[in-house]
Write a new protein. Structure first.
Lengths: 344, 179
């Protein structure tokens, strides 16, 4: 048992009291203590302990990246990227986990590059005093000053790019109709999986299909007078139809980009109406004119002879309409879906 | 806040334009000012990076202040490359050119200040020209290594190069359907 303890201790014991391993161990220790510390809602004690854990982790990693072998491995084309690792940790600590968020915030991403470049340039302002060997402030040499200026400026551009990314996100959430657009012509943005025309059209087709289906359910086989009343009260019926058709679609954000419109029907003859159904794309297109799918449903009068008619024959008090006539019902026949462009 | 629409094209074009502008301007400055290659590259790099940063800052500051229809046009331009308000774009070109010119000229002064370079001997060059007598009088001041003039030429050269690339991009873009 003692052997085991000794082995474990040898394994984790830092080579020197003052080394990066000590700091990492301290941060692990703080993390463990913070995780077993429970408290009331503000969790002040836990936050203080975990802050110390972060502090030790940042200092430990900072130290570690400046170790000789590590520094060599982290240097690409004579450029040492260690500070950007330390900077990322600092930003995650400062802007990410303090409030216990799962994802670092916008501020963390934006400040990452400038903070890292400040960390990168800070050793250049320090030299060791030849007598006391303590660090003192110094002006960097001319070539180093030039380096610092260039690195700082290019990192500011980097954080501008991050800010631009978040700006795009804001624009898209403020203008949801942009989301279905096609960005292939854009000189600024790129989307890994674009909304392709085929799948967008298939959603519009689904919308028209379900609208036609609802229309059939409501009118097919119904008495003709009811059908005519439906057509007269179009203004009340069509919002219903639109809502029901949208409800039948599978849930997807792009579905809202198709709008169902039902213009006034045209009367072909006394008993035949053509009711157009249109799915209009409300998303922004590359051209300013719109894009829509259209389908015409023919609502016609049909005759139906069957038990109800016979039943009317036998009734003792025949209704005002002649019972001898077969019942007049509505029939719905929807045509093919066609694509219309440039109508908006 | 996080979206799958990435500004990758903007980043790539900006990288390309910055590298191109630094190369073109370094070459121009080297020729007009008669300075070394390293110095001219440092000048051009500092000037271009600083003007890019200032440009981004101005964009982020002014974008929320724009009138709504301008914002809409900006979005159409950014997302669909649709220049719906071309007079505005053309009208912006001159202020942008002058603004970058002033920023670049100023940045060289600041760079000299930070690096402790002594100011280029503009006045001395003129004095030397004075003593050359008639030969100098016949030659216009273009022969004098004026830094402002050199930066103006460099800026014009880099703007032309970038405009040419944008033109090529837009002319040879694959025509897409209306969707």
């Amino acid at each position: 048992m003692r052997e085991v303890f000794k082995q474990v201790r040898d394994r984790i014991k830092p080579p020197q009291p003052a080394s990066w391993q000590t700091l990492i161990l301290l941060s692990i220790f703080s993390a463990i203590v913070a995780s077993i510390t429970s408290g009331q809602s503000p969790q002040i004690a836990q936050r203080i302990i975990s802050s110390f854990g972060w502090l030790f982790l940042i200092l430990g990693v900072w130290w570690f990246t400046y170790e000789d072998g590590v520094k060599k491995k982290l240097t690409f084309f004579n450029f040492f990227i260690g500070p950007w690792i330390v900077g990322a940790l600092i930003c995650i600590y400062l802007f990410g986990t303090v409030e216990g968020r799962p994802m670092p915030t916008q501020a963390a991403f934006i400040s990452w590059a400038p903070i890292s470049s400040i960390i990168w340039s800070s050793p250049k302002f320090v030299k060791s005093d030849p007598k006391t060997r303590s660090p003192v402030y110094t002006n960097p040499t001319v070539s180093r000053r030039q380096e610092i200026i260039l690195v700082l400026l290019s990192n500011l551009i980097l954080s501008c790019w991050f800010q631009f990314y978040f700006q795009i996100g804001t624009w898209l959430s403020e203008n949801p109709n942009l989301r279905g657009g096609d960005f292939t012509r854009s000189g600024f943005v790129w989307r890994p999986n674009p909304v392709d025309r085929a799948s967008a059209i298939s959603r519009g087709v689904t919308l028209l299909d379900s609208a036609a289906q609802i229309l059939e359910e409501q009118l097919e086989g119904k008495p003709w007078s009811e059908v005519e009343r439906w057509l007269e009260q179009r203004d009340q019926q069509i919002p219903n139809l639109r809502r029901q058709a949208q409800e039948r679609l599978p849930q997807a954000s792009e579905n809202n980009l198709w709008n169902l419109e039902v213009p006034a029907p045209s009367q072909v003859s006394e008993t035949v109406y053509d009711l157009p159904l249109q799915a209009v794309w409300t998303g922004v297109t590359a051209r300013s004119n719109g894009f829509q799918l259209s389908r015409t449903c023919r609502i016609a009068q049909g005759r139906k002879q069957g038990p109800p008619a016979q039943f009317q024959f036998e009734s003792p008090a025949p209704p005002a309409t002649s019972p001898a006539r077969p019942r007049l019902i509505g029939t719905v026949n929807c045509g093919v879906i066609s694509e219309v462009e440039g109508t908006r | 806040m996080f979206t799958d629409v990435l500004p990758l094209r903007a980043i790539l074009y900006q990288l390309l334009f910055i590298v191109l502008a630094i190369a073109v301007e370094a070459f121009t400055l080297q020729r007009y000012l008669g300075i070394g290659r390293t110095t001219s590259i440092q000048y051009a790099a500092t000037a271009n990076l600083l003007s890019t940063v200032i440009g981004w800052f101005l964009f982020f500051i002014t974008e929320p202040l724009l009138p709504p229809d301008w914002q809409q046009q900006l979005l159409e331009f950014i997302f669909f490359n649709a220049a719906t308000n071309q007079p505005l774009l053309i009208g912006l070109a001159l202020p942008v050119f002058l603004g970058t010119f002033i920023v670049k000229l100023q940045s060289l002064d600041w760079l000299d200040l930070i690096l402790g370079n002594k100011k280029p001997a503009e006045a001395e060059a003129r004095d030397v020209a004075k003593f050359r007598g008639r030969a100098a009088q016949r030659q216009p001041f273009a022969n004098v290594p004026s830094r402002a003039l050199a930066v103006l030429w460099a800026n014009a050269a880099s703007f032309s190069a970038i405009a040419l690339i944008i033109l090529i991009r837009d002319v040879f873009a694959i025509p897409k359907s209306a969707f």
